[in-house]
Write a new protein. Structure first.
Length: 175
């Protein structure tokens, strides 16, 4: 594997951040996948040990992570990047937020942190991505959004309730 320069790593991270900013504005999450991800990329999102979603290749990434998953009531959510860290062997780490719609009465955002571990191939395309965030805090965030009247009923029905049920079952199984 060719070792990419720091400037190339940063430029790729900047492209991903800009694409997420545009997707947050338009709620269209698939337009950048072909340009930024390798055809054979493996993208995994770990949901607190209760569910893992792995997409193999850009068609699955567009169908799952940026397609189906973003079309289930996530309108109005943004995912701002708070920092990018470059490492050796073509690795990036991005620190981002799951930021819900609206603001709290004190003016702060409804948000929880997340992190992505990203590996780039020789062409500076993402060939592996592993996302993690604290699912318990995400569920609490969704409860806060619901209390504020800002949680999409579709998101609650199709994502929040099933995830809470999986978390509860996992905890109950290990008592």
């Amino acid at each position: 594997m060719t070792k990419l320069s720091e400037a190339t790593l940063r430029a790729t991270a900047d492209k991903l951040i800009a694409a997420h900013e545009e997707a947050s504005r338009t709620n269209e999450w698939t337009f950048f996948v072909d340009e930024i991800y390798a055809v054979d990329c493996i993208y995994t999102c770990e949901y607190a040990g209760v569910m893992e979603v792995t997409a193999n290749g850009i068609d699955e990434i567009k169908a799952t992570h940026y397609g189906r998953d973003m079309a289930v009531g996530w309108e109005g959510w943004t995912f701002p990047c708070m920092g990018v860290y470059t490492g050796s062997d073509n690795n990036l780490i991005t620190h981002w937020l799951n930021r819900g719609p609206g603001k709290r009465p004190d003016g702060s955002y409804f948000e929880t942190p997340g992190v992505s571990f990203i590996t780039l191939n020789d062409e500076a395309r993402i060939c592996r991505q592993f996302d993690m965030f604290d699912l318990a805090h995400q569920m609490r965030l969704c409860d806060d959004l619901e209390d504020a009247g800002l949680l999409s009923p579709q998101l609650k029905e199709q994502w929040v309730i099933p995830m809470k049920e999986k978390l509860e079952a996992q905890l109950a199984a290990h008592r």
